[in-house]
Every structure is written in structure tokens, then in C-alpha cells.
Write a protein that binds this ligand. Structure first.
Ligand code: SF4
Length: 478
């Protein structure tokens, strides 16, 4: 990346998107790296680039973008900066990064532990949560372009065996997937594991999930000596976790099997290993437990790219981190209730989908009012958009993605929670709680207008203006 930046340097430094060894080796959860510190992490986009033998993309602009209404944009900037300054979640993100949510999440049962089999591990969060990581390793916060929150971490560790030069520190999802999920309380190891995932270019959620899955397979005797090749794959063994990350990134032995993702790896391992996976539509669940937040379980089931916590705004709304009462959201949802969650999830999807289309960060949205993104759209693009039209655009995006999935053969059988999160844990904030999958789906299908085959109904597509898709999905002569 440094070399490409230097080679293509003009008046301004270029930006570089690149894949690493994992993308070249078609690891199914390979990521795309942006300028050595940000990642398009999920769904294996790095493997897509790798399959096309596309190593990197370099972009350099030479003109300053002009907003349609500079004065309106200045006003908006002032307003949202004020909101961010007063926002408690923003302060906590700045001080401790996204890992600031670990300690509270551990108390509510939100953090998955030991491959989704335990409900609480306060001794682990005390070591790898935001306050501990900040105290031990923080060099300084860092920000994406122009963001006043600065939730990103720059960290270093001077001590062996997990010494790390100054560089990007782990996010919450990484700390949870390689920490709590693997019963690994060695905080320093997370810096180095994160760094190697970055260097290979791998999604840390799916990679950590694959390692935790392999640990449980080893514990249950489903993988043994020949595949382990001397690896002591026991819970909490930080050195073994790092070694397995290397084997996945370079596709060696067991790593080659896990590089296919947990769904395919389980089929290959056999012996009922599928029951130890935790994925929806092939994408491993992020580090928020649906047993603690049933609405999140529904959002995972209905997310079009597989289990995703960012394709909607269910996370801040259901957990009470942020809300938008003017849109009809409550300020106080009971996480461990399934009835009535469908309406909230659908609206949180419609409200959240345009953020990806606009390349806006969900954490910034935690601090914004409901109309701020619409005002931004008007000021930057000059489009006369209302909040209602914005929500309609969100619904249209969701319906279009769902329809494409249906055209490619997806059916209601894929809208399912894995057995792992339908099995109650016996301790912690979510003890005894499991989402009522049937109720959640029944209410959601009615709310969203899906038929018994999981397809958006013709009239729903027509009402959204998706006439061509309505014809394809429900052909008149079909
Ligand atoms: S844009 Fe989002 S991810 Fe980037 S620093 Fe700001 S809050 Fe963090």
C-alpha cells in the first residue's frame, strides 16, 4: 500500500484499496483493506477481488467536491457537532473505542462466550473490555476523515510474548470474537491477533468465530491429532489462536478447512459439527447475542447478506443507546421479549439501510436526529428529499436486495436462527431467555409483506415502485 501510494502520488496522496494474502488465497471471509487501517470486513469481498486477480485499486482526486448548498452544510455541521459533543455514547466511543460496550454487554448477556455456550464471564471482560484495553495499550484515539468522535484506536504493547509496534487496536467485535468467544483473557494477544488478521486481510468476526468453532470441535473430539498438527487448541490458549489465524490466512491444514467458513468447514469435518456453528445464510453471527436481545435475532434472520448487526439500527434502538421517538420508536424496549419486535425491526431497517448507501457511519448516527441524514443529503446533493421519502428509499433498498436473493433461490428456510442461540444459557443477564423464532418471523412477514415463500408480495413491490422486479418475481404467466 505504501509503495502504491508513493508511485501514484500527485498533488494529493492517493487512497488505496487492497487485498492481502487471504484475498489472494480466496479465504471466504477475506476483507478489503483501505489505507492499512480500515476494512470492508464482511462477506468475503476480498475473495471476490482475489478471484478476479485484482490486487489493488488506487484513487486520486484532483478537485474539491462542491456541496449544492454550502451554507446549509455549514449549519448542519455546527448542529451535529453540538449533538456529538453532548452525546454520552460519543464520549465513551472517543475515550474507549467500540470496546467500551464490552463491560455493560457482559452484564446484559449481549457478549457471546465460549462459542455461544456460556452466559457470563466477568473475569474476561475485566481484562479485554474498553477500560482495561485503554489503560494498558492506548497510544491515541484516531478518526475517519472529518469525524469528531474518533472511536478508532491506535495502540501498542512493549511486552513479550505479544509485543506490537504502534498500530490499529482491536474493535469490540474483534475483542469479543478472539477474546470472550475463545475464553481468551490475554488482552495483549488480541492486539497481535488483530494485527495479523489485518495483514492477511480477514474479517475478524468470521475468523474469530471459525477459531472458536474449531476449539469446540477439538473439545468434542471431532478434530484430532492429524488435523491439529501439534496445535493445542484449548479454550483460552492465546498462542494456539494466533497460530490458527496464521494457518487460516495461509490456508494450511486445518486452516485450509476453516478458510472455507464455518458452514462449509462443518460439512467437511462431519460428526454433527454443524450444530457447533452459529451462522445465518452462511455469515457468522456478530458479537451480539439474540438471547439477550430478541429483536437483534430477528434482524439477523432478515438481514439480506446474512447475520448482520449494521444493516439496520436495531442495535442502538433495542439496547437504548439511541432512539428516534419522532419515528415511533420507544425509548425503552425489553430486550428479552419477542412479541411486537417486528414493527421496530422493519422500521429500523428502513431507517438504517440508506446509511450504507450514503457511506455514513452508524456510530455517528447514534448522535444524530432523524432528519440530519436527510438534511445532509439535501445540502450535499441538492435533492429535495423528505424524511418520509428517505424511509421509503430504505424500504426499497431492502425489498430490492430481498427480491434478488429470492430470484437466486433463497427461501424462508434460510430465515432461521442457529441452534446455538435457541439454546438457553444458565447464567448471566440473559439466563433462560431464547427468542420466539416463530412469533418473530410470523409478525415480521406480515409487517414487511412477504408471502409464504418469503418473497415480497407483488403489491408491495409495486407500491415501492419496483415494477420490473414485481414482474420478475411474480411473472404474469408464472
Ligand atoms: S466515522 Fe465512525 S468509525 Fe470512523 S471514527 Fe467516526 S465514529 Fe468511529
Amino acid at each position: 500500500i505504501d509503495e502504491l501510494k508513493e508511485r501514484h502520488r500527485g498533488k494529493r496522496a492517493p487512497k488505496v484499496l487492497a487485498i492481502g494474502q487471504a484475498g489472494e488465497g480466496l479465504v471466504r471471509f477475506a476483507a478489503i483493506c483501505h489505507d492499512k487501517h480500515d476494512y470492508a470486513g464482511r462477506c468475503g469481498m476480498g475473495a471476490v477481488m482475489g478471484s478476479k486477480k485484482l490486487k489493488a485499486i488506487v484513487c486520486r482526486g484532483n478537485r474539491k467536491p462542491e456541496p449544492a448548498d454550502a451554507e446549509a452544510l455549514r449549519e448542519l455541521k455546527k448542529r451535529v457537532q453540538g449533538r456529538i459533543k453532548e452525546s454520552v455514547p460519543a464520549q465513551s466511543l472517543r475515550e474507549m473505542g467500540t470496546d467500551s460496550t464490552m463491560d455493560l454487554g457482559m452484564m446484559t448477556g449481549d457478549v457471546p462466550i465460549k462459542n455461544w455456550t456460556r452466559g457470563e464471564a466477568l473475569e474476561i471482560s475485566a481484562e479485554i473490555g474498553g477500560p482495561a484495553m485503554t489503560e494498558k495499550f492506548l497510544v491515541r484515539p484516531a478518526a475517519c476523515y472529518g469525524c469528531p468522535i474518533a472511536c478508532r484506536r491506535v495502540m501498542k504493547n512493549d511486552r513479550e510474548p505479544f509485543r506490537m509496534e504502534t498500530g490499529p487496536g482491536p474493535e469490540y467485535e474483534t475483542a469479543a470474537s478472539f477474546g470472550a468467544m475463545c475464553e481468551n483473557a490475554d488482552a495483549a494477544s488480541l492486539l497481535v491477533i488483530n494485527e495479523w488478521c489485518n495483514r492477511y486481510g480477514m474479517d475478524t468476526i468470521s475468523c474469530g468465530s471459525a477459531v472458536a468453532f474449531a476449539m469446540e470441535c477439538a473439545e468434542k473430539g471431532l478434530i484430532g491429532g492429524e488435523l491439529l498438527e501439534g496445535l493445542e487448541l484449548e479454550w483460552g490458549n492465546a498462542g494456539a489462536i494466533l497460530e490458527l489465524v496464521h494457518r487460516i490466512g495461509t490456508r494450511q491444514g486445518l486452516g485450509d478447512i476453516l478458510a472455507e467458513g464455518t458452514r462449509r468447514a462443518a460439512r467437511k469435518i462431519g460428526g454433527g459439527a454443524e450444530r457447533l456453528t452459529c451462522e445465518i445464510k452462511g455469515l457468522d453471527l456478530p458479537m451480539h447475542d439474540p438471547r439477550a436481545y430478541h429483536g437483534m435475532g430477528l434482524a439477523y434472520m432478515m438481514s439480506n447478506r446474512g447475520a448482520c448487526h449494521n444493516a439496520h439500527l436495531v442495535h442502538p434502538i433495542e439496547q437504548g443507546i439511541a432512539t428516534w421517538t419522532d419515528l415511533g420508536f420507544s425509548e425503552n424496549y425489553d430486550g428479552q421479549t419477542s412479541g411486537g419486535k417486528a414493527a421496530m425491526v422493519k422500521k429500523a431497517e428502513d431507517f438504517g439501510q440508506p446509511l450504507s448507501a450514503l457511506c455514513m457511519c452508524v456510530f455517528d448516527m447514534w448522535c444524530f436526529g432523524s432528519s440530519d441524514p436527510v438534511d445532509a443529503l439535501q445540502a450535499v446533493c441538492g435533492w429535495d428529499f423528505t424524511l418520509d421519502e428517505y424511509l421509503q428509499a430504505g424500504a426499497r433498498i431492502w425489498l430490492l436486495k430481498r427480491s434478488l436473493n429470492c430470484l437466486m433461490g433463497l427461501g424462508p428456510g434460510e430465515d432461521r436462527l442457529p441452534e446455538k442461540v435457541l439454546t438457553p444459557v444458565s447464567e448471566g443477564g440473559a439466563a433462560g431467555s431464547v427468542p420466539d423464532q416463530q412469533l418473530l418471523l410470523r409478525e415480521y412477514y406480515a409487517e414487511r409483506g412477504l408471502d409464504e415463500r418469503g418473497r415480497p408480495r407483488r403489491e408491495v413491490l409495486e407500491a415501492a415502485g419496483l415494477h420490473d422486479m414485481a414482474e420478475r418475481l411474480h411473472p404474469a404467466n408464472g
